[in-house]
Design a binder for this molecule. Sequence first.
Ligand SMILES: [Zn+2]
Length: 580
Amino acid sequence: MNHLEEIRAKLNIEEVVGSYIQLKKAGRNLKGLCPFHNDSRPSFTVSPEKGIAYCFSCNTGGDIFKFVQLIENVEFPEAVRILADRANVPLPDFKPQAHNQRLRIIEANGSATKFFQEQLDKDKRKYFLDRGLTEETIQKFRLGYAPDSYNSLKDHLVKIGYTEKEILDGGLLTQRSIADKNTYDKFRKRFVFPILDHQDNIVGFGGRIDGDGEPKYLNSPDTPAYNKSFVLYGLNWGKDMIKKEDLAIFVEGYMDVIAAHQAGTENTVATSGTALTIHQLKLIKRYTPNIAFSFDQDPAGLEATKRSIELAQEAEMNIKIIEVPLGKDPDECIKESPEKWKEAIINAVPVMDFYLSYSLKQFDRETLSGKKEIMNFMLPLIKQHKGEVEQNEYLERLALEIKTDIKLLWNDLKNLTLKKGYQPTTSSEPKTVPVKQIFSREEYLLGFIFQYPNSYSIVDENLIDSVPFDPNTEKFYKACKKVYNRLSAVGIEALREELDSEDHGKVEIYSLLIEEHYPDFADDAAEKEVMNLVSSINRSNLINVQKEYEFRIRAAKDSEEKTLLLNQYNQILKLKTKIN
Ligand SMILES: [Zn+2]
């Protein structure tokens, strides 16, 4: 047993969390006031069975080590030391080593950055130049290239004095599984973006595949030097301008950040390898309370915007939304015209405007049911606004968009009582905890699969996986399918082996999410809800594809292309009638 396992075996999560906050029994779990947001009702759930503690309001938590890291605001090695003391597990000279370990990883990352930069030859450089970056920008962001090799970085770092273990701990090497201890370079055949924290330490890397391949983007795992929830890409170069402009702009990708900085809007940052966290918002709040989101305008990007707004409202920040012209990514827009990007920043719209255009994109305003869905989405949001003048303004716009009488809308608004979050359809008991909808339907469905593994056969049979899927959850579905095809069941242990270690914690979190929302569901009730979720995911995926085809058919250049597209379009419609 290594010392981490020994600590885990000696301490249980309810004792560790219970020493910081008061916990009360709630079914098979315990609950307390969340220490990570301004909680008025007990939102923090501790699951002794799953060994995790998590808040589904602010999306924060994890196992004992993660919890101590968060609550003590310390790095991983320090959390280990605190818990080792508590568990009476001796850690011989661990303390200096912990500090050294972080420094050694940062040093190794520096050497790796130089190595990657040297590999970015004239030919590879073209990738960045073609995307509009200047030579100066490539230097400033220390962009590089990881060759198509399993050991060239490892050999280089070992040669200059790092041990294999240090390189592995820093996340630059990876192991196929716990059983197979052989290590190899994690980043291969990728364009590499070094990730610096706000104090200019190189803490990790992001890599984009050269050409086609999966995954398109790969990130360093959390390491003693790199805690993703606390790092924002671009902040080290952008913090002065954020203060000066009194505004921080959030974009989605590394290239968006770099292009924005090159265009002179250096007050731009991005999360890397995680959804936005409350810690990142707190970090930004040191510099400004004003933020603007400019995420992709595809369905996943819209969903990310919606979640981020909810989180930023929680953090009491002033939020605007930047709508990049022509539905492009910031990086594409900037390449075409930096002026248009700057205009878009000046013309950033309030959150309510975003919600209105979001609902109009999400639902079909030409149909009665679509109108109903738009109203169901918008009215509660409008109701939250205090002033009647403001409410009237939004109702007027809504009435105009969906061609409805404003008097009817006012009537509906008056009769509306505010309910928050995703409502389970057949929960027997009233919920004790209001949970914000920060998880997608795809994530709920995963939760069901993990909590009720038997229900996977329904997913396998009914989920249409030939249509676009939520990129954040796709890897989990692929892993489930692989395990299911092999074992005819989704065994959680087998599933873990298919997942990167950084995703392991998600399995518990998703399954706890279900335990929270659907207390003590019987198997048949679970299966029914699984089927509901599958249908709803299929439906919205197909609607998106349908819309895309409609757009492409309109834009088709000749009749031949049009016929081909129409044929595919009819297939989609057929699938759609089949699932309705
Ligand atoms: Zn919380």
